[in-house]
Structures are given as structure tokens and as C-alpha cells.
Design a protein around this ligand. Structure first.
Ligand SMILES: *Cc1c(COP(=O)(O)O)cnc(C)c1O
Length: 409
């Protein structure tokens, strides 16, 4: 069907725009040898996983279900065509009852503490997995976004320099190895509690940032953890790299990658989420009603709280096709959702004509952190999910109804 025939509300992801992003990421991989993974938590629309799997090296998961989704929809189908994709996972704390399944799907398993590595690492090593430890370089590079800053004080994400040193000393320090040589009893002891050296270090500290923030972070990583890097096989730079945003400093990113490769002989991973589907999707919405209270207000069939939660959480103002800033065009209107929440407001926009019932609005940059975060608060219906193919043909892939609301309660 045509774009104009799609239902409302509806998320539409543009295959061509995703592929353009993938080409940019592939360029970085081709020029540097870095390995780039999709962070599924930003974008899990698996209808596009075969396309993504053609360009990237695999995916990373924030938990068991995302890992399984990658196995089923990206790595599995690729393997049938003879291509091996990687399936990484990080979790602040694994559940022991889930860990067998984690081992089934994942090849790279990243732990958040020495204690987690001690508890689950031996099973992972036995199963032939590559093991990583997430570090906290304690280097904040963003202002005003404390909820997106894993380096904020009191952070639960990643091992700080002090904890890393203590764990390293306990496991691999001189005393430990001396003990090993104390004779049969000592050898037995040390074999039973054989220390596990991680294969790689992982950090994730950026959010929608450019390569200058990465460069600064890498300086902190080298200063605090540089002496351990020669023992590692890989380093993972996490996500938050806005590589596909216009103006992003790709040469600087590539210098950062090459430095880690050349100085320490490391394989470099990046796991962007946003950058894969940045500016590659829309949310179609319609005006249900208009009213006036000191200003014009329109109530839409799409909700900020339910269908674009990052608009409230981040917060940000989504671009809207054909609109201007308040006052820029003759008719300014506040756009809000149909829920009970007073703050269910998408934003104030201006138009060349007053909005009326039935008008269709197209919000942009709605592929990322939208479908993966939406909810049915107030019993709101979930938007349909559609794809715009390269030839312009639009196909509705998913429709949701009452059972999707009821089924999770
Ligand atoms: C969120 C996250 C990512 C992806 O971040 P983007 O901002 O979407 O690029 C990658 N790795 C980890 C560990 C994350 O938590």
C-alpha cells in the first residue's frame, strides 16, 4: 500500500534509510577492522534483522530475551546461509536459572563485577564463551543527563578502578601466584578456585555523543585500566556513538579505534543502538479533536506517554513534518495524547493552517527507543508496525488489539 494508506497510529520504518545508516557503519568497519553490533534495546524490529545482519557483525543484548531474539531472527538465519554472526550480552546481574539459556544463545558474555564473573564465569568458560568485564572509567562526558550517565557517582554499572585493582590483585596478584607454588596442597587449592582472566573489557558511558567524548573517555580508560589492556583480546566501546548523525566526526572515531588496535593489539567492538536506525522511521498519528484553553490544543490518537515515552523521559521534542517552532508559522497548537495524564504532551508546534479532525501528522525519528518502550497505560492501543520497502511499497507487519492489552495483565 501507499504511505498515505497506512493506518493511524502506526510506526513506519524506512528500509532504505536504515540501509543508508548501515552503509555508514560498514564503512567504519571496512576502513578499521572494528566490529560493530546492533544494540537491540534501541531497536528490536526483527523484520529488519536479516538486512542488519548483512552489514553488521551481529547484535548485543541487555538480557536473555534480546539474546534469544538475535539468535532466532539474526544469527540463526545468517548461519543457514553460512555466515557467522556474533551474539553478545551484558547484564548487571544474571539470574542463575537463566544462565544455561544465556550460554545457549551467546558467544560473548560481559559481567558487571568480579563477583558475577566468579559465579558465572567458570560455566561460561567451560562452554567456550568469550568473557568480558564491564569497567567504569569514572569519566562523565555529558551534562544534564544524569539518568543516562553510567559514570555518575554511585553508579551500579561497571567496575571502578579501585574495585578492578582489588579483584585483579586477589585473582592474579603476586601473592596469589606465590601460593600456587607452595606444594601439592596449594596447587590443589589454586586449581579448584582457578582465577578466570577476562578476555575483554567493556565500557558504555556515552549517550548521543560525538567522537570527542569517546576520545576523552578512552584517555580515562587508558589512564585507569591501561596496564591491564595488554592482557586482553578485545575492548568494547559500548553504545551512544551518534555515528550516523550528520556532522559526526568519523575520522576521529577511526583514530580512536586504530589506537586501541595498534597500541594493545585489541579487537575493537562498538555496539550502537540509535545510530543503526537514527532518523529512519516515523510515527503516523491523527487529530481526533481540537479545543482551546488560552491556546489551540489538538488531541491525537498517539500518546507521548504510551507511544513515544522518551519524549517525556529524555525529554525531547520530536520533529514533525511540515511544522515549525511555536510562533514560526501562523497557527500554533499544543499536541497531546488521549490519556488521562495531564503531562501527556508531545509539544507545541506551528502550522500554516489550523489543525482539524482527521488531519494526519508524521512524527520523525521514531524508529529508535519507541516500539521497544511503548506501553498500554490507560488501555491505549499499540500503534501498528509497518515497513516502507526500497521501492516505496508500504507493508503493515503487525497490528495490535485488545488482547495485547489484556494479555500482559
Ligand atoms: C544502551 C546501550 C547501548 C546502545 O546505546 P545507544 O545510545 O542506543 O547507541 C549499547 N551498549 C550498552 C551496554 C547499553 O546499555
Amino acid at each position: 500500500m501507499l504511505f498515505s494508506e497506512l493506518p493511524s497510529p502506526c510506526y513506519v520504518v524506512d528500509e532504505d534509510l536504515v540501509e543508508k545508516n548501515l552503509e555508514v557503519l560498514k564503512g567504519v568497519m571496512d576502513r578499521t577492522g572494528a566490529r560493530i553490533l546492533l544494540a537491540q534495546k534501541a531497536f528490536s524490529m526483527y523484520a529488519l534483522y536479516p538486512l542488519i545482519g548483512k552489514y553488521l557483525c551481529g547484535a548485543t543484548a541487555s538480557g536473555l530475551y534480546e539474546a534469544r531474539l538475535c539468535a532466532e531472527e539474526m544469527a540463526g538465519p545468517a548461519a543457514e546461509q553460512g555466515r557467522v554472526l556474533e551474539n553478545h550480552i551484558f547484564s548487571p546481574a544474571y539470574r542463575s536459572e537463566d544462565f544455561g539459556e544465556v550460554l545457549k544463545y551467546c558467544d560473548h558474555i560481559v559481567f558487571n563485577s568480579w563477583r558475577q564473573l566468579e559465579r558465572f564465569g567458570p560455566r561460561a568458560r567451560e562452554a567456550g564463551k568469550s568473557i568480558g568485564l564491564r569497567i567504569n572509567p569514572e569519566c562523565s562526558t555529558q551534562e544534564g543527563h544524569a539518568i543516562y550517565d553510567p559514570c555518575a557517582s554511585g553508579s551500579r554499572l561497571g567496575v571502578t578502578k579501585a574495585s578492578f585493582e582489588a579483584g585483579w590483585e586477589a585473582n592474579f596478584g603476586a601473592r596469589r601466584f606465590a601460593q600456587k607454588e607452595e606444594g601439592a596442597q596449594g596447587q590443589f587449592e589454586s586449581r579448584r578456585t582457578l582465577p578466570l582472566m577476562p578476555d575483554g573489557l567493556h565500557f558504555h558511558t556515552l549517550c548521543e555523543q560525538d567522537a570527542d567524548a569517546l576520545e576523552k573517555t578512552l584517555e580515562a580508560v587508558e589512564e585507569k585500566f591501561g596496564r591491564y589492556l595488554p592482557h586482553m583480546k578485545w575492548i568494547n566501546f559500548g553504545g551512544g556513538h551518534h555515528i550516523t548523525r550528520r556532522g559526526y566526526d568519523i575520522p576521529r572515531l577511526e583514530r580512536c579505534i586504530r589506537r586501541m588496535q595498534e597500541k594493545y593489539g585489541l579487537t575493537v567492538y562498538l555496539e550502537p543502538g540509535e545510530a543503526v536506525a537514527l532518523n529512519a522511521g516515523y510515527l503516523i498519528a491523527s487529530v481526533l479533536e481540537t479545543l482551546h484553553n488560552g491556546m489551540d490544543i489538538a488531541i491525537l490518537d498517539a500518546s507521548a506517554a504510551c507511544h513515544m515515552p522518551d519524549v517525556l523521559e529524555m525529554p525531547y521534542r520530536p520533529p514533525l513534518q511540515g511544522s515549525g517552532l511555536p510562533g514560526e508559522k501562523p497557527y500554533t497548537c499544543r499536541l497531546g495524547g488521549p490519556t488521562c495524564l495531564a503531562g501527556d504532551i508531545i509539544g507545541d508546534y506551528s502550522f500554516s493552517a489550523p489543525l482539524k479532525e482527521g488531519d494526519r501528522l508524521i512524527f520523525e525519528d521514531m524508529a529508535i527507543y519507541s516500539m521497544v518502550k511503548n506501553n498500554t497505560f490507560n488501555g491505549m492501543p499499540l500503534p501498528a508496525i509497518a515497513v516502507r520497502r526500497k521501492d516505496g511499497e508500504c507493508v503493515v507487519l503487525k497490528k495490535f488489539g485488545y488482547q495485547d492489552f489484556k494479555g500482559r495483565l
